[in-house]
Design a protein around this ligand. Sequence first.
Ligand code: GMT
Length: 377
Amino acid sequence: MSKLRIGIVCHPSIGGSGLVATELGLGLAKLGHEIHFISSVRPFKLIEDFQQLFFHSVEAINYPLFSDPLYTFALTAKIVEVAEQYQLDVVHAHYSIPHSLCAYLAGEISQHKFATVTTIHGTDVTVVGQDKPLYPLNKFSIHKSNKVTTVSSFQRHYIYSHFDNDKSIEVIHNFIDLDVFSPTFANINTRRQMAKDDEKVLMHVSNFRALKNIDTVIQAFHLLLRKVNARLVLLGSGPYIDKIKTQCDKLGILHQVTFMGDVMHVESYLPNADCVIQPSYRESFSMVLLEAMACGVPTVSSNVDGIPEVVEHGVSGYMFDPEDALAMAKAMETILLDDNKQQQMGLAGRARARALFSPEQKIAQYVECYHSAIADN
Ligand code: GMT
């Protein structure tokens, strides 16, 4: 198939959608496609420079008359500029708000015509996109996109049922590089940075927002401590961090919690965990669970939304209702007190990641999707 010139619009900060967009762009560039990232700052995981890979920053519009920097207009203008200058074939918007509408507008304005693809990642339709003023904009831009993809069957069903949408939506599950996320990167010094030698490591990774259900993480950990000498390691930052400190202090377990804050290379920490806990109320997919599986770490999570498409209950991890802290504590106990079980579940998770979520498979699906968007345009 011919090589394409692709614009990728994404949120640059730490988070699943920006991560997936970056890994996709890097994968496409390695296949010889020309990739143009367009964002406010360089996406946090776009560390590598690569031939045929460009980053275009969107400069804020700072004119005293305007009370805000008009980011969506600045982004639209930048997409037009890059599309015309580099003759883009496709602009791929990750996270519909505001990227999908900006891509559509840019297409209307640009002298050079290009196809648009939108990937819905989750909160762009489940939380932000349901916001009353944004809903019609979101619906419009999904409808106008030449192709729409999303990261799980659950999410596709959600869009069909909430957006009165007649467009066919393709599910392309997220993917993971098993050479980067691997149990071979377990490292005793990194582990000692987080926990004492005799402690089991329970890890939670998130942006610490309400929908990550941190209360259940704390409750389940508190229950677990009755049976297992363990440490809770928290990776990431967000509005709930202070609340966790207060809650753990009240329960007298603060000394058994390690706060790592935001880390650039989660793949250096995850393989050192004995179990990962993610009791989210909403999760279109959960990159964290897939990353844990790739690292050979069993997971205990909620059973909501797209999670059952990632985890195999009883094989690579356990899933329960989001607030069932007792069941989660028991499942963690089962894993943490049985080295053999921990290892078997870890191996099963990695095998599942290899079989179902390989970058080659998913990137090829995106390339096909671009060709079909171009044909549709
Ligand atoms: O988890 C978040 O809140 C961040 C959010 C994002 O947009 O970056 O993650 C969403 O996209 C990820 C990548 O596709 C998915 O793995 C997450 O499950 C999804 N989050 C939610 O649906 C809450």
